[in-house]
Write a protein that binds this ligand. Structure first.
Ligand code: CA
Length: 294
């Protein structure tokens, strides 16, 4: 394998992913990489975890539900279940090779599933964020994203954020009406402009693609982590822990130490050579680990 690189070869959805076949080689030589993942979710003081997460050898998902009653937990669980199902189908039928790795359709299907289930008056208005990452057979990591959960990449010790929050405060920062420091403590910081389900149109998911390199470490998280733990701490912890599970556990502890009052979901995955024996297989956490009750 080649040495760690040059600047991060990522490109916004407008340019690619399809245009530049990351590093596809004849014979699919990069069907040699796999995710070595870990996931942890911890309910906040409310007691019911309204986050959900999935981590597997080719897919990572985090969803952060909102809605009273069982709504938030249900929306997050449905989104993770639908995206997981669609991503498996995309891998099986070859649509994973497309520009979006099949994820645009997966998030749209998750949105439809949440909206259909919200016909139940007890679940009316429920919504969820959804951030998903696929390690495709051609060596790309493709991220699809709606809401304010986040995907980040640690490469050569440097943490880069891949996603942009679809939140009111992010829009106000972009327009110059809030500073990032003001946004971090704003009482409006949980207001989402885009989500799956709910009243707002989710629009097409943001798509980001990166050419994966062995040694890359991915972090997907809900705002229960990223809302309270600074990026510098995330980078330090991710760089210090050898195993993904240890990094995930330490990040949850950092969120607790920072006084989070929210559910915290952390998915950490290393890009590793296929056959890497450290992989625990598939993990479902948060409300995704609950037996469906509806
Ligand atoms: Ca949250």
């Amino acid at each position: 394998m080649t040495a760690p690189s040059t600047p991060l070869p990522w490109f916004p959805a407008a340019e690619a992913p399809g245009g530049r076949p990351a590093r596809a080689r004849a014979g699919g030589g990069l069907d040699r990489l796999v995710l070595d993942p870990a996931a942890v979710s911890l309910a906040g003081p409310r007691g019911q975890d309204q986050d959900a997460g999935y981590a597997g050898p080719g897919l990572l998902v985090v969803a952060d539900g909102v809605g009273g009653n069982r709504g938030g937990a249900t929306a997050a669980r449905l989104a993770v279940a639908e995206v997981t199902r669609r991503a498996a189908a995309a891998r099986a039928d070859g649509t994973e090779a497309g520009p979006d790795a099949g994820l645009a359709g997966a998030l749209a299907a998750a949105d439809a599933a949440v909206r259909a289930a919200a016909a139940d008056p007890a679940l009316a208005g429920m919504a969820t964020t959804c951030t998903a990452a696929v390690l495709a057979r051609d060596g790309r990591v493709v991220v699809a994203h709606v809401g304010d959960s986040r995907a980040l990449l640690l490469r050569a010790g440097v943490l880069t954020r891949l996603t942009t929050d679809h939140s009111l405060v992010q829009a106000l920062v972009a327009s110059g009406d809030l500073t990032p420091e003001e946004a971090a403590v704003s009482p409006m910081r949980s207001v989402l402009l885009r989500a799956l389900g709910g009243s707002a149109d989710p629009g097409p998911a943001d798509l980001i693609a990166v050419a994966a390199e062995p040694g890359d470490r991915l972090l997907l998280c809900s705002d229960g982590l990223s809302g309270v733990v600074p990026a510098g701490t995330l980078q330090r912890v991710l760089g210090a822990e050898r195993r993904p599970a240890a990094a995930a556990a330490r990040l949850v502890m950092a969120a607790l130490a920072a006084g989070t009052r929210d559910d915290v979901t952390v998915v950490v995955a290393d890009v590793a050579p296929a056959g890497w024996s450290g992989s625990p297989g598939e993990v479902l956490v948060g409300s995704a680990a609950d037996i469906p009750d509806d």
